[in-house]
Ligand binder design. Structure first.
Ligand code: AMP
Length: 218
């Protein structure tokens, strides 16, 4: 199964991609996670990436395309993957299509997780991440037992720089201007399915499981 998750930052793509990857045994390809790992490594490339990310801007298409096509050349990944956060621009979608076509591996589904601006802003600005295990909390919706401390390993929680309000608003703007148009692009290919990204994690997960069960039966 080859799936793309599309939607604004904060729609829950990362969370649902993890669940789908476990349930359907898919490789989880998150460009955001790949870039965060590169930033953590402290490499020169990582420093450049962090400039884009901290400002809420998109990393240039050539860089992202190169990383993803390299991953997809791996035959153990090609047939079973969930793409989370890619493509995010029209040139990325076109490049992905070109690669998949030349390797005869068509996409099965593009899941558009629609979410409203208010929900996204509140989810992202309230998100806190464990510095050790990476577990995501939310100050109101999923608070840790002890404020600022991870329930699982006692490490401190931090706010991602790109989750600060000004940056979140810029990320929303960038999404509206550069990524939202992919909804029409994929609607034209008849593989688009729409889900309500305003739902909470469990409700959305139930919905997606049902969607895949039904699709598999048809
Ligand atoms: P995410 O965790 O998916 O929200 O990604 C975090 C940041 O990584 C984004 O705000 C961008 O700066 C960068 N990024 C991730 N995926 C892409 C992409 N497909 N194209 C360009 N930049 C990306």
């Amino acid at each position: 199964m080859r799936i793309v998750l599309l939607g604004p930052p904060g729609a829950g793509k990362g969370t649902q991609a993890k669940v789908l990857s476990n349930n359907l045994k898919l490789a989880h390809l998150s460009t955001g996670d790949m870039f965060r790992d590169a930033v953590k490594s402290g490499s020169v490339a990582g420093k450049k990436l962090s400039e884009y990310m901290q400002q809420g801007l998109l990393v240039p298409d050539e860089t992202v395309n190169e990383i993803i096509t390299q991953k997809l050349k791996d035959e153990s990944i090609q047939n079973n993957f969930v793409l989370d956060g890619y493509p995010r621009t029209l040139p990325q979608a076109v490049e992905l299509d070109k690669f998949l076509k030349s390797n005869k591996i068509p996409l099965d589904y593009v899941i558009y997780m629609q979410a409203s601006e208010d929900v996204v802003i509140s989810r992202l600005t309230g998100r806190r991440v464990c510095e050790k295990c990476g577990y995501n909390y939310h100050i109101k919706n999923i608070p840790p037992k002890k404020s600022g401390i991870c329930d699982y390993d006692g490490a401190e929680l931090y706010q991602r720089k790109d989750d600060e309000e000004e940056t979140v608003r810029r990320r929303w703007k960038v999404y509206s201007e550069q990524t939202a148009l992919l909804i029409d692009y994929y609607a034209g290919k008849a593989i688009l399915r729409e889900v309500d990204g305003d739902l909470d994690v469990d409700a959305l997960n139930k919905y997606l499981n049902a969607l895949f069960q039904n699709e598999n039966l048809s």
